[in-house]
Write a protein that binds this ligand. Structure first.
Ligand code: AMP
Length: 321
């Protein structure tokens, strides 16, 4: 995850929920992508390290266990940059220009100049991030799927030249691979449509009340559409009371429930889900030096693995002296 702001519900349901459950089955590596943050925030980089530690606190509060998973910081493992450089020798520039997020993000973040080499290379750096740990699965949201497609193509091309030295990775999506924000666009900090994991109960209620619903339903007695309606997508994602969700859906379809009830119950469910995280986050933040220690320790461990991969790659490229 890029430390460009606070984590929101999209991060939680699109990625973090998988991060925690995968720990039982895999050797997991989770990292603060601070170089990736720089690709768009290079002109105001001062906030990155603060967000980095804040994000790590959220990961741990959400259940990522530093004893079982390696939590690290990208820029503390400079081998990522060397692998990126070696990959850059074989990747044709049009492959990078074709990645859909490249043009999209340039349009959406029109207030800054993203015509840089760093921004073009974003998915190539991701390729190095994953390949350096022989990563086979990457638990991400839907927006990252094209990046991983490119990654596999790059790995195949690299291996064609140098032998089977790198591994291809597949995305692992959750049940909710793309959570809409309050305005029904993808939830994203740059759209200002987020519910943050750190929002208090009142803020959550206020934000849920603003949420986009079925626009055709201008009165509570008009039958509404549940499918594709973000409020019900949220109920499915966050409300653990399945009977309540079914009852609300039935009455919504029949025009027998008001938005206020649907949203109040949703805010209650989101708050109930966030409460234990809020508690754990408070405990974790009481010892900020411990968060830093975890990130530094994890980075040291990650580095030993990255060094081994790089040794193998340098051999394959025949740059051994
Ligand atoms: P980013 O903040 O762009 O670095 O995203 C970190 C991770 O969260 C990536 O795996 C994204 O795909 C995922 N993510 C971010 N926003 C959403 C969203 N609205 N819905 C689902 N996943 C998301």
């Amino acid at each position: 995850m890029r430390p460009t702001g606070k984590l929101h519900l999209g991060h939680l349901v699109g990625a973090l929920r998988n991060w925690t459950s995968l720990q039982d089955r895999f050797d997991c590596f989770y990292f603060v992508a601070d170089w990736h943050a720089l690709t768009s925030e290079y002109a105001s980089s001062g906030a990155i390290t603060g967000y980095a530690l804040d994000n790590v606190a959220d990961w741990i509060a959400a259940g990522v266990d530093p004893e079982r998973s390696t939590i690290f910081v990208q820029s503390l493992v400079p081998e990522h940059a060397e692998l990126y450089l070696l990959l850059s020798m074989v990747v044709p520039i049009p492959w990078l220009e074709r990645v859909p997020t490249y043009k999209e993000q340039q349009e959406q973040l029109a207030d800054r100049d993203l015509s840089t080499l760093g921004f073009l290379g974003y998915p190539l750096l991701q390729t190095a991030d994953v390949a350096i740990y022989d990563g086979r699965f990457v638990p991400v949201g839907e927006d990252q799927v094209p990046h991983l497609e490119l990654s596999r193509e790059v790995v195949r091309r690299f291996n064609q030249f140098y032998g089977p030295v790198l591994v291809e990775a597949q995305p692992l999506l959750t049940r909710v691979p793309r959570l809409p924000g309050l305005d029904n666009r993808k939830m994203s900090k740059s759209y200002g449509n987020t519910i943050d994991l750190t929002d208090d109960a009142d803020t959550v209620l206020k934000k849920v009340r603003q949420m986009y619903t079925d626009p055709k339903r201008i009165r509570a007695d008009i039958p509404g559409t549940v499918e594709g309606n973000p409020v019900f997508m949220y109920h499915d994602a966050f409300n653990t009371d399945a009977a309540e969700v079914e009852d609300l859906k039935t009455r919504y379809r029949a025009g027998a429930v008001g938005d206020v009830e649907v949203k109040t119950k949703l805010a209650r469910a989101v708050n109930a889900m966030l409460d234990p995280m809020r508690e754990r986050r408070r405990e974790i933040l009481a010892r900020p030096e411990r968060i830093k220690e975890i990130a530094l320790e994890g980075s040291r461990r990650a580095r030993t693995i990255a060094e081994d991969t790089l040794a193998r790659v340098r051999d394959a490229v025949r740059l051994r002296y």
